[in-house]
Ligand binder design. Structure first.
Ligand code: ATP
Ligand code: MG
Length: 452
């Protein structure tokens, strides 16, 4: 079916299509870029599908990169921009829920569209032909429906990752997953265990930074999370009976996700901030639940989970730090000395995010003392800003004396010297007035005389 819709293709992409069609082959924009254009969203990249074989594409363009020749993909460079051009293909039989046993090139656009996962992802477009939409993708886009191309159970059996992709696209677009597609997703959820951690990670992160990270609930309800993230299922099954809470641990997590911006580190931190609670649960005589030490246990589990999902070290380190310290300052009155110590220990960089985490955590709790709790975070943040503004010293980097200064007055290089610097820093953290060369050298001299 062709529908009379217009898509504005960027000039360079159009040039690639023109060159291919000018040589007598077919070429269309396809998949995500067509979907996003129809939604009025800026596509991230423009992928082209063509009847030309990879060798034929390479012969047509001066600069190409062999991106995935075995899958028929060549990247064409056009004015400094890359366009992935992929030959129409039929994926052979899938034997293991993830890899087609063979890929065959085809000369028919329809065959290429049929192998794609969702109707909204299976549309092609070029200026000549307009929209090629054989599976009702436009209708589903307009109705906000996620639906497999063809028989959902078969499509999920071919590649189980599509199960998670369905949830991810629903979350990105605020769409509903069509009944039969959702049912098949649930029935075949267990086959996700055959999918590599890297592919799952990509989809989970996209889901987390989407408009609706809480759609993870759909994955839980349909038995999908338990395959790659069973810790979350335990959280969903752990009730909280406490004046500060109104949700289970899992529901609290889902709500907290919606209170931070669409940022990978922040969303992952919220996802994992209480993940250790089920492990440390105790119930007192009054039936009240407690989760002592849950931040440390959550941070430990967060690291395991993120490693298992093969996230990069930088992300793991940032997320785990936020998880570990998410309760910082919750139960104490804001105080400059405590704030300086925290800056020293946790590091200045973590702080803006840490305040965001704390606010999201509070907003996902019961409304008991909510205003007070939020105001306390505000006051901590004011202290943090005051310390930065006054450029108060919170690390050895800005201490008014260095190791070499201490050596000059008679300290020997070595472990002891490090301890003295640390002692001087302690004084400065306690009272910034200490941070002058004269006072610190005097103190270092006094400590030296005690040594002798
Ligand atoms: P985005 O890049 O915004 O995540 P996208 O739709 O471009 O979305 P990609 O993963 O880049 O998604 O894939 C490009 C196209 O390839 C999809 O639109 C879809 O047609 C097809 N596709 C991708 N992954 C699969 C899959 N696992 N099974 C079937 N078709 C797929
Ligand atoms: Mg894409």
């Amino acid at each position: 079916m062709k529908r009379d819709v217009r898509i504005a293709i960027p000039e360079k992409g159009q040039a690639v299509i023109d060159i291919i069609t000018g040589a007598g082959y077919e070429a269309y924009m396809v998949g995500g870029c067509v979907r996003d254009s129809l939604l009025g969203r800026e596509p991230e990249d423009w992928d082209i599908t063509t009847s030309a074989k990879p060798e034929e594409i390479k012969a047509l363009f001066g600069r190409t990169i062999d991106t995935g020749l075995q899958h028929g993909t060549v990247t064409v460079m056009m004015g400094g921009e890359g366009f992935e051009v992929t030959t129409y293909r039929i994926d052979g039989e899938y034997k293991d829920s993830r890899h087609p046993s063979e890929v065959t090139f085809s000369s028919e656009l329809g065959e290429d569209l049929r192998r794609r996962d969702l109707t909204i992802n299976a549309m092609a477009y070029n200026q000549e032909e307009g929209l090629v939409d054989k599976f009702g993708g436009l209708e589903d886009l307009e109705a906000g429906i996620i639906r497999c191309v063809g028989n959902p159970a078969e499509r999920f059996q071919e590649d189980a990752l599509r199960i998670l992709r369905a949830v991810r696209f629903a979350a990105q677009l605020s769409f509903t997953i069509e009944e039969r597609t959702l049912e098949a997703a649930g029935e075949l959820a267990h086959t996700l265990s055959r999918i590599s951690a890297e592919r799952i990670q990509t989809e989970l992160v996209k889901l987390m930074v989407s408009r609706h990270p809480e759609y993870l609930r759909i994955a839980y309800t349909n038995g999908i999370t338990k395959v790659f993230f069973p810790e979350f299922d335990r959280a969903m099954e752990t009730k909280q009976r406490h004046i500060h809470h109104c949700y289970s641990v899992g529901e609290h997590i889902l709500h907290s996700l919606c209170h931070v911006k669409e940022d990978k580190v922040l969303r992952l931190a919220m996802l994992l901030h209480d993940i250790g609670k089920p492990k440390v649960l105790t119930v007192d005589e009054e039936g009240i639940t407690h989760f002592y030490n849950h931040a440390a246990v959550s941070a430990e589990m967060a690291e395991q989970i993120l490693r298992r999902l093969k996230l990069d070290n930088d992300t793991i380190q940032k997320v785990c730090k936020l998880v570990l310290y998410h309760d910082f300052g919750s139960a104490v009155e804001p105080d400059m000395r405590i704030m300086r110590r925290a800056l020293h220990k946790i590091g200045e960089d973590a702080f803006p995010d840490l305040f965001a985490v704390k606010r999201a955590d509070i907003l996902a709790q019961s409304d008991y003392q909510r205003q007070e709790k939020l105001e306390r975070v505000d006051r901590w943040q004011q202290l943090y800003e005051e310390i930065l503004e006054k450029q108060q010293c919170v690390s050895l980097k800005t201490l008014a004396v260095k190791g070499s200064d201490l050596i000059d007055i008679g300290w020997k290089p070595g472990k002891k010297l490090g301890e003295v610097l640390q002692k001087l820093l302690e004084l400065v953290l306690e009272d910034p007035a200490w941070n002058t060369r004269a006072r610190l050298l005097e103190e270092a001299g006094r400590l030296l005389s005690l040594e002798r």
